[in-house]
Write a protein that binds this ligand. Sequence first.
Ligand code: SAH
Ligand code: SF4
Length: 443
Amino acid sequence: MNVYDSERMSEALNGEGYRETTNIDDADLVILNTCHIREKAAEKVYSDLGRIRQVKADRKRVGKETLVTVAGCVAQAEGAEIVRRAPVVDLVVGPQSYHRLPKLLGEIANGARNLVETEFPEEEKFTHLPERTLQEGASSTVASGPKLATAFLTIQEGCDKFCSFCVVPYTRGGEYSRAVKDIETELKRLIDRGVREVTLLGQNVNAYHGTGPDGETYSLADLLGHLANVTDIERLRYMTSHTNDMNDDLITMHRDEPKVMPYLHLPFQSGADRILAAMNRKHTRQDYLTCIEKLRVACPGLALSTDIIVGFPGESDDEFEQTISLVEEVVFAQSYSFKYSARPGTPAAGLPDQVPEEVKSKRLTRLQELLFAQQRSFNESCIGKTLPVLFERNGRKAGQLVGRSPYLQLVNVDASPELLGSIHNVEIGDAGGNSLNGVIASP
Ligand code: SAH
Ligand code: SF4
């Protein structure tokens, strides 16, 4: 979601005469878009600010001003503390106020200093942000080259679930769903710019309940069906879902709507019921397994991805083994796993029985070995198959393109750049842990 937010901030500033640069020494304005989900990400902000302070000083010596902005969830969570710890920062802006960036930068140009904007404003951010332009050179494309074939689109933000380890409900605010018409308009703009595959985003995307064009409330299943029907989008994905909101209509979309990709990211966090209860996940291990079973009946080829936390306070060896056994039982094509990180202000941070760092590290290493072996064997199971690949950018080697399979695997293929932005069948010849290699299939 931060990638998406960076694109929108960048577009909001394009209209103000700014354009993006890949070289920080040229930047009149630096925006750090930050993440507060784990301590490591949050602390990185201060080390980056140290580096930016140096850039600002060097530029000042040659008579150039540099405005420094901290955006994102660290901005939201720490607010004025940031300008206290790092006076180099001119502006702190929380995730619900990005549409106010031009106005805030105007205030700074008029002499305001150390502005902190972390309210959740009454007016809605999405109705005030300018239309999508998806510039080549926008944030997500600078690092990896043009990637206009795929895009993110936020449809839902915030969360009301309050898992005991998580900062999202505090930093992103309460759950909010955008109207179907807004989403449709944005998607059509993206398609006009060459987008063929969209990932609908939300902290709790499958809790989506937005107002439809007929005034009725649309679920995520309704929205996917609508977008599949009224636009020319070729592939639809959504992320991140919660087990409790994985209703039958949505599960059925994976069977009945060919544009919905056979891939699902569904975090389970822990395989032990006692830990799930302490996390306030409000579902059991069996609930998760039942959900997976239904999904696999509806869509036998579905590839699964997940998020897992090890070392939640009080997690015993046996409870960690239950996480391992759940991974063995389900089998994932991809995954994201983390050591529990105590976040200030969350209920779990105050629990007495925090797990020592070395124990967390050992558990994470063991879990990741298993997950990576599963990922590799899923990739190897694709050898010899023909998969439709959407080509999204040039590869590192000349003459090579990189695309995505329906299962979100990266696929490297020797192919002409004319194929960028379109879907072609690829015969998979070989597979590694992180990507596949193949050749264009003969028609
Ligand atoms: N809404 C999604 C997850 C959003 S946060 C869900 O409910 O599943 C993304 C992931 O970060 C989470 O799934 C979790 O695995 C991880 N995470 C969140 N808070 C964390 C913390 N305090 N320590 C470690 N990992 C955390
Ligand atoms: Fe955080 Fe997801 Fe739980 Fe919401 S449902 S509190 S975003 S982990």
